[in-house]
Design a protein around this ligand. Structure first.
Ligand code: SF4
Length: 419
């Protein structure tokens, strides 16, 4: 069953030179990441942005804590071909400078840029250049920082049912902040409500999805290194995406951001939300029935698949216990037997046909002969890879809004506005 995506408003990020990426509406879920370089180090930042774009990122965000970072943006933009987002905290002037430099999207943190006139200045500049703004609330920054009394009050409210209370605070703060946008009649907005706790991420985004029709940027913040952050991220983002919630994702790791792109891409591909562009390898976990050194064979298959530019699905199985039924989920499959391999290839009806039985020493070469033949058939339009289709359904009537909010219809979508 394809995932039915919840319909949201759509914002466009980019320009002719850097390409356009849609977020929300009928656009596919966009993959983004963030550089780990100092943005003022132009060469290092350009190198990383280009590697991330090459790796599959649809958009790349950069930090701009200082003026020297926004000054560098002009040169960086000349040397990359992917839309860029400026991550702005504390100083609204950085947003104005980034907009002036030609940035394609701004991220504002409601936790540290709160002053209405300042936010209005950023909104006005974005409106003039048709630049969307992400309002990005994070659990860590959402509870009052400066006012100790208010902070203590907000913290004490969290003692019981921490997750539920935190979700309520995050959504309430977002709603409060969005009034500035509604008053300015500015709706090119993307929302995020991140936490390190997957349970809060799930409840916060479900609540945002229920209340607002703005597209949602999903993420688990400071998830840790890939080894531990992977599960934390995938459990939350995977569950939301499978429910049709989420229009762009960023997986955050304490590591080279290329791993964020690799894992984000894989997550979208396994959910059928992004067309696979490279081969996929599936293999059995091995057990006491194994008839071959499958682990070494799989490593070699993986290495050779890097040369294939068609998203062929290849299965490597340690024995014939599940037979052709298992092979039907793949395009080309090998089942090991005693010192031999049985090779299956999917025919035009998607049914696995046995094409050869070869001695163990010849398995790899014969398998790749079939993989190349199958890839050629795909290129000639004679064989079809599995179709991936994503449905987008109109939104449910949006849920109860906070006091002072009403709903209007804009472009056919219910949109919360301040009464
Ligand atoms: S395919 Fe065979 S060897 Fe592999 S896990 Fe299944 S039963 Fe075990």
């Amino acid at each position: 069953m394809p995932i039915v995506r919840r319909k949201t408003r759509k914002v466009i990020v980019g320009d002719r030179e850097h390409g356009f990426v849609g977020i929300g509406g009928d656009a596919p879920v966009a993959l983004q990441t963030m550089t780990s370089t100092y943005t003022y180090d132009i060469d290092a930042t350009v190198k990383q942005i280009n590697a991330l774009h090459q790796g599959g990122a649809d958009m790349v965000r950069v930090a701009v804590p200082d003026k020297r970072d926004t000054v560098a943006l002009k040169e960086i933009l000349k040397q990359v071909r992917v839309p860029l987002i400026a991550d702005v905290h504390f100083h609204y002037e950085r947003a104005l400078e980034a907009i002036e430099a030609g940035i394609h999207k701004i991220r504002l943190n409601p936790g540290n840029i709160k002053d209405r006139p300042k936010v209005e200045k950023v909104i006005a500049a974005c409106r003039e250049r048709k630049i969307p703004i992400r309002v990005g609330a994070n659990e860590g920054g959402i509870v009052e920082r400066q006012d100790k009394g208010q902070r203590a009050e907000e913290k004490s409210a969290l003692e019981q049912d921490y997750q539920g209370q935190m979700t309520a605070i995050m959504v309430e703060k977002l709603e409060e902040y969005l009034r500035i946008f509604a008053d300015s009649d500015f709706y090119d907005v993307v929302l995020s409500a991140k936490s390190v706790d997957p349970e809060i991420v799930l409840s916060a985004y479900r609540e945002c999805s229920h209340r607002f029709d703005f597209p949602l940027h999903l993420g688990v913040t400071h998830a840790g290194p890939p080894e531990t952050g992977r599960i934390r991220s995938v459990v939350a983002l995977g569950a939301l995406l499978a429910q049709g919630i989420g229009d762009t994702i960023r997986i955050s790791y304490a590591a080279d951001p290329i791993h964020e792109v690799e894992d984000g891409k894989e997550l979208l591909q396994v959910l059928g939300l992004r067309l696979r562009t490279e081969p996929e390898l599936i293999a059995c976990p091995t057990c006491g029935r194994i008839e071959i050194d499958l682990i070494s064979m799989m490593a070699e298959v993986r290495r050779r698949l890097k040369q294939i530019d068609v998203p062929v699905k290849v299965a490597v199985m340690g024995c014939v216990v599940n037979g052709p039924g298992e092979a039907e989920g793949s395009d080309v499959a090998v089942f090991a037997g005693k010192h031999k391999g049985v090779i299956y290839v999917s025919n035009n009806e998607g049914v696995a046909e046995q094409v050869a039985t070869v001695p163990e020493a010849e398995i790899l070469d014969r398998l790749f002969e079939e993989v190349h033949k199958f890839a050629d058939r795909v290129r000639r339009g004679e064989a079809r890879l599995k179709n991936q289709k994503v449905e987008i359904k109109p939104p449910d009537p949006i849920g109860e809004l906070g006091s002072g909010w009403g709903k209007i219809k804009k472009d056919g979508i219910a949109l919360p506005v301040m009464r």
